[in-house]
Design a protein around this ligand. Sequence first.
Ligand SMILES: [Zn+2]
Ligand SMILES: [Zn+2]
Length: 288
Amino acid sequence: MSSRRYTGRLIALATQHGKERVLSRPLRHGLGLTLCHAVAVNTDRFGSFAGEHARPADAPTTCRLKAEAAMQALGLDLGIASEGSFGPHPVVPFLAIGQEWLTLVDRRDGFVISEPMLCSHTNFGSCTAADPESCASWLRQVGFPSHALMVRAHGVENAKPLPWLAKGVHGSAELAHWMAVAVDRSPLGLAWLETDMRAHCNPTRMATIRRLAFRLVRRVAASCPACDAPGWGLVATRAGLPCGACGLATEMVQLEEFGCVACSHRQLLPRRDGLTAADPAHCSYCNP
Ligand SMILES: [Zn+2]
Ligand SMILES: [Zn+2]
């Protein structure tokens, strides 16, 4: 089992948002790793949800850079980082979607192992209102007060949104206060509210990172059947699942492609859930 290669080693993590709370246990139990928190690394320089800092690269690359910064800060040859990205759903209007990445970097043996996760259950969203009462249903929908908010005055200055007045807003009195300040400073007389997506402000996101940690651990423990490198797992999917009624290929996934992070070995396998035919509802011929 290639997971043995990690037993007893130390792994560096850079986070300012409490992610050590959900990453430590899966890494210890699944791989025998001890998590070391690189407290001196300012993760904001790798981009922030509040938009003050742009990401240096795409999310998976940023994730690897963050892991490497933690390793460098602690002088370790093993590191881990998490990165999330949220936005409007590409197809369904008014729905938000998120994607999380968790990446393990092993510089001793030269492996970079990443596990992505699509999250359709995210509270990501924004709203404009003059006071808390007029946006009560939105507040319930995004899980306030257990999920924190960011507040700014609605409006633009030099083609940029006005700066955030407050982040990590958890309390009703605090929210009312910052909304009143925002309304006062807004040329439109409105406050702009947005979900605070930092992990320690967002229990839904923290739970997703925990689930993803268990998936990453399973992937790291799976070794390539050809070269025994760790990190064997799903790398792509192929559409074409035949329609259960007419047999024509649909857009649904038919085959899952597994791959190695070190060699070119690939395996095409049927869906793990055993589904061999698509519901005719997903067929462009039966249900145009
Ligand atoms: Zn059909
Ligand atoms: Zn391999």
